[in-house]
Design a protein around this ligand. Structure first.
Ligand SMILES: *Cc1c(COP(=O)(O)O)cnc(C)c1O
Length: 387
């Protein structure tokens, strides 16, 4: 029998993991990232793969970034990046009319999530978020040994009243994903200010605006404006989604000066590479045409896919953001596998507490049309034949 490497390591190990590893790490389930495209293409026997699983912007990055990427000199490679993203923070400050010190840039906004939790939580503390939202808040809290109180969504949106009720004197941070990934619902300005009034500075409120550049609703609240009135607000943004810099890993937070200065203490310096810093600054210099084009792409995709889902009689959520969700009449994993054999990858959602839902990123037209044809065909072949 061939040795299973995991079994071999754990059974032969001289290390007493029960003593060495904290209980909250022992019980934490590791996240398994998806395999590289080449590996999948071999496995499913396809010559192409459209990734509709990570909400990436297939149009991007903005043209201004191309120049940075092409001109990046190899002689810059041995030199450490700027340790605190000095130039990029100046660009952000200028664009959003803030102090450069109010920004903290990370290796993706996932890194700043970790820095905020490290800065404010100690043993016995908790954070509050929704049960069906971006899972990284919950995961970082848990593998850091803090409780994550998960408040069920109400009508697929964050439940304001229940989140306030869940607060106790050990609650340090409330995470609101606005608009929510994966349901696309959002709190409007009235709801957000009502929430902030009721939190009443008893805890920090993180507003994760990863998809804010996609939102066109006029009553969508701007977290960067709200923080002027509410000093406990921290806004997260990323260059991974609208600006299409996901592979470079860069995102940031913005908050009141004294709050950000606390978070900075726990934040790893030099974690953001030079190419990412320069590309992000270049992306922000685009005149807005890139965002307009991307929004049009997403609008066109919604106009194509939603009527099909209606016609098929399926339950679906198509709100803000460059993604939608569909409830399948059978296993999400089965749909995933069948789509993979046609070179299309979607996100299965059972593991994110949406049993038999899939999430589909909305991309450019020929791909979206191919998705529709494949999806419809699979739904129809899975339907029990009548008569
Ligand atoms: C994708 C995403 C992020 C962050 O991504 P990074 O690539 O780490 O910047 C954060 N929040 C939400 C809700 C997201 O969907």
């Amino acid at each position: 029998m061939a040795a299973d490497p995991i079994w071999w390591c754990s059974s032969m190990s001289l290390l007493d993991f029960n003593r060495l590893v904290p209980a909250h790490i022992q019980s934490f389930e590791v996240y398994v990232p998806s395999k590289p495209d080449t590996e999948f293409m071999r496995l499913y026997g396809v010559d192409h793969l459209y990734r509709l699983n990570n909400n990436e912007n297939a149009l991007g990055p903005p043209p201004e970034v191309f120049d940075i990427l092409q001109a990046f000199p190899p002689r810059a490679v041995p030199v450490y990046p700027n340790g605190d993203c000095f130039d990029l923070r100046n660009v952000l400050a200028e664009k959003f009319n803030k102090d450069p010190e109010q920004f903290l840039v990370g290796n993706g906004s996932c890194e700043v999530i970790a820095s905020v939790i490290k800065a404010f939580c100690q043993e016995g503390d908790n954070i509050i978020t929704a049960d069906k939202t971006f899972a990284v808040y919950e995961w970082v809290a848990q593998f850091s040994g803090f409780e994550a109180k998960l408040v069920p969504l109400k009508d697929h949106a964050f439940d304001l009243d229940a989140m306030i009720l869940a607060m106790d004197d050990r609650t340090k941070i409330l995470f609101v994903c606005n608009p929510n990934n994966p349901t696309g619902t959002y709190w409007n300005t009235t709801t957000m200010t009502d929430f902030l009034d009721r939190v009443d500075n008893r805890a920090l409120v993180v507003i994760d605006e990863a998809y804010c550049e996609y939102v066109e609703a006029p009553d969508f609240p701007d977290g960067l404006a709200l923080m002027e009135r509410y000093p406990n607000v921290i806004v997260f943004r990323t260059f991974s989604k609208m600006y299409a810099l996901a592979s470079l890993r860069i995102g940031y937070l913005c908050g009141a000066l004294d709050v950000v200065n606390m978070v900075r203490r726990t934040h790893v310096v030099y974690s953001v590479n030079t190419l990412a810093q320069r590309s992000a600054a270049a992306a922000l210099s685009n005149d807005g045409s890139f965002i307009r084009d991307t929004r049009k792409m997403v609008g066109d995709a919604k106009a194509l896919v939603c009527p099909l889902l209606e016609e098929l009689g399926l339950d679906f959520l198509c709100n803000q953001g460059n993604y939608l969700m569909v409830h399948l009449p059978f296993s999400d994993t089965l749909m995933y596998r069948k789509l993979m054999t046609k070179g299309i990858m979607v996100r299965t959602m059972t593991g994110f507490r949406f049993p038999n839902w899939i999430r589909v990123s909305l991309v450019q037209m020929p791909v979206m049309e191919e998705f529709c044809v494949a999806f419809q065909q699979i739904i129809q072949e899975m339907r029990p034949q009548r008569g």
